[in-house]
Ligand binder design. Structure first.
Ligand code: INS
Length: 633
């Protein structure tokens, strides 16, 4: 099954094909050479206009703009993923007032989408295999459009729930199909970057959602309809775009639609010779059918065939640890964390949550830049260790706040409320962690005074059931109601932890699980593998975000973040042990990385030391540097 031995042959053959094509185009006086050199050999580069021109020409030849168009239209799926998961928090602030939603209904509306996404991601594997990537992306954008329309016209909470479920179905399918489609249409040297762009669009969608939330939060009546409904715009754009975009050539070859596949390959590879790629995909499909044949559903064949079983474990493990490192507690509860750091105004907290989303977006951009430079393995390892440390810093910030939590100085009681636990709390921290109570206090510029722990209003957590903090007008005159935070002077530690967390998480742990999953399975197992790992991602997203507040209540905030930090540390050991480097390899050869034992701590018996360097000679010698060598694979 292993094709390792032929890797070098392949590069050389593919080079000569490429060269063959080029020879047709070059002028009479132009000559071409191929030379295999050790990667670390010094390259005597003569820079200058000629070389720059050659490199530009070379890269243009290799990557037609059409590949970028495909990636951008597909990544609109990522944008919708980010937008639809991000927009709900701001919309909820308006919805709960307008529709008088109980806490349970709020939770149901938020988590129903994530749960539906988990199920449809699993179903997406089957749909992808049978109908192809393009049809699935069309289906997802159609679903997003319908969901957006239902949400924007919803007359009551039941219809809202239907809309959120529909959106979730679209999310699941898009989240597993888009990375696969981009990976299958990209050339190897750009694959990592283009699939990572999809996660850039996810975080871009989350950031846009926070801006839209901020802008429409001023429209108290019906503002949520615009927030939820605006997702229709990118969804329609993607739908229309995909009516004209082609199917993945790999899927077409698998289905025996060879002529069509050749047409698409020529379209996406520009003036390159496509024979090599076509043959390689075809051979690998035939080989796979022979080797891992056997009957039964794909998932069964994957589990009983060691290389795919190992790939599946790595893929699902990565997705699980992405969510266990707590990204969505930060994305969904960012406003609460910001309130802890002293931002008490709701609207300001919404806008600042936008800053959090922007930081996530900005650092994902760094990931796009790094992925082909440092490779997937190093990027993911560096990211998770930084994530683990910054989670500890966040936890330390919360711990310091808890240790210096302000005392309760007033103990008012309302005889109409019996059995309240609130008047038993002597400090802000336990009062705030008790879901039935909140901390009501006054503050002048230097100190906090007249603080009490009183029951929360059952209809809205934004005010107390009675007393000074039960009336929003009174709340404005230096009296504050803290339901899920305690005033603290250690907010800067929390803020620093938050920023560092995003700076480390976003370039690696955010995008890499999606990118790596799109490339580690052989074609026959690719849709099922991605369906399973995306399903794992959504399931853990659901579990972590749903349990965050309960975990915080039972373990305190610092306990919760120490927990996520330890889980990230476990993730580090898992990744260190089991994740091989896939950078620069063709999809067809990545499978061989899982031929041997599951965890080899990144060591592969590959030909990493040798690369092929392409030299074109036209009048004088000029050649591509080591970095560019992968361009010609
Ligand atoms: O890769 C993405 C990204 O990091 C998002 O910010 C997060 O909300 C998603 O759950 C995750 O899958």
């Amino acid at each position: 099954m292993s094709r390792k031995s032929s890797d070098n042959d392949y590069s050389l053959r593919s080079m000569s094909n490429l060269m063959g094509e080029r020879r047709k185009k070059v002028n009479d006086g132009e000559r071409s050479l191929i030379k295999a050199v050790p990667a670390n050999a010094a390259t005597a580069t003569s820079t200058g206009d000629l070389e720059r021109e050659a490199r530009k020409q070379f890269q243009q030849d290799v990557t037609p703009a059409f590949v970028y168009v495909l990636a951008a239209f597909s990544a609109l799926g990522g944008f919708l993923f980010g937008y639809d998961t991000g927009v709900i928090s701001g919309a909820m602030l308006l919805l709960k007032r307008e529709m008088n939603l109980s806490a349970l209904w709020q939770e149901v509306l938020i988590s129903s989408t994530v749960a539906a996404a988990a199920l449809s991601a699993l179903a997406g594997g089957f749909l992808n295999g049978v109908f192809g990537r393009r049809v699935c992306i069309l289906l997802a954008s159609f679903t997003f459009t319908s969901g957006g329309i239902v949400l924007s016209v919803a007359p009551d909470k039941e219809v809202l729930l239907v809309g959120r479920l529909i959106v979730g179905l679209g999310l699941g399918i898009a989240s597993m199909t888009v990375p696969v489609y981009i990976a299958e249409t990209s050339p190897p040297h750009l694959r990592g970057q283009l699939v990572t762009v999809n996660t850039l669009f996810i975080t871009g969608g989350q950031f846009t959602a926070s801006i839209i939330d901020g802008a429409f939060s001023y429209l108290r009546h019906n503002g949520w309809r615009y927030m939820l409904g605006l997702s229709v715009v990118p969804a329609v754009l993607q739908f229309v775009g995909f009516l004209f975009l082609p199917e993945s050539p790999r899927w077409l070859i698998q289905k025996g639609l060879t002529q069509k596949a050749r047409r698409v390959l020529s379209q996406i590879r520009g003036n390159q010779n496509i024979d090599e790629e076509y043959d390689s995909i075809k051979n690998s499909i035939e080989e796979e059918e022979k080797d891992c044949g056997g009957d039964g559903p794909v998932i069964w064949r994957m589990l009983t065939y060691p290389p795919t079983r190992r790939a599946l474990l790595v893929g699902c493990g990565l997705q699980m640890f992405q969510q266990l490192s707590g990204i969505n507690t930060v994305m969904y509860y960012g406003a609460t964390i910001l309130q802890m750091s002293g931002v008490r105004d709701d609207k300001l907290a919404i806008w600042l949550a936008g800053v959090t989303a922007f930081t996530n977006f900005l650092f994902t951009l760094l990931g796009v830049w790094l992925v082909e430079r440092v490779g997937r393995r190093k990027l993911t390892l560096g990211s998770i260790i930084g994530t683990c440390l910054s989670l500890s810093l966040l936890a330390i910030g919360f711990l310091l706040s808890a240790q210096h939590t302000p005392p309760v100085t007033l103990h008012p009681t309302d005889p109409s409320i019996v059995n309240s636990t609130c008047n038993r709390h002597l400090l802000c921290e336990p009062c705030m962690l008790d879901p039935a109570c909140g901390f009501c206090y006054r503050e002048n510029s230097t100190a906090l005074f007249a603080s009490s722990c009183v029951p929360v209003n059952t209809a809205s957590t934004e005010k107390a059931a009675w007393g000074r903090c039960s009336n929003s007008t009174q709340l404005r005159v230096h009296t504050y109601w803290a339901y899920n935070y305690c005033p603290t002077s250690y907010s800067w530690v929390v803020l620093l932890g938050l920023v560092l967390y995003l700076a480390f998480f976003a370039p690696g742990m955010g995008p890499m699980p999606w990118t790596i999953n799109s490339e580690i399975y052989p074609l026959w197992a690719r849709s099922t593998g991605n369906a399973c790992s995306a399903g794992v991602n959504w399931t853990f997203n659901f579990l972590v975000s749903l349990t965050f507040l309960h975990v915080a209540q039972n373990l305190t905030y610092y306990g919760a973040f120490f927990l996520y930090s330890s889980l990230a540390l476990l993730g580090f050991f898992f990744i260190y042990g089991c994740l091989p480097e896939t950078k620069g390899r063709r999809l067809e050869e990545i499978e061989s990385l899982f031929d041997n034992q599951l965890c080899s701590c990144g060591a592969t018996d590959s030909d990493e030391d040798r690369q092929v360097e392409y030299i074109r000679v036209k009048g004088s010698n000029y050649h591509l540097s080591d970095n560019d060598a992968s361009d010609v694979e």
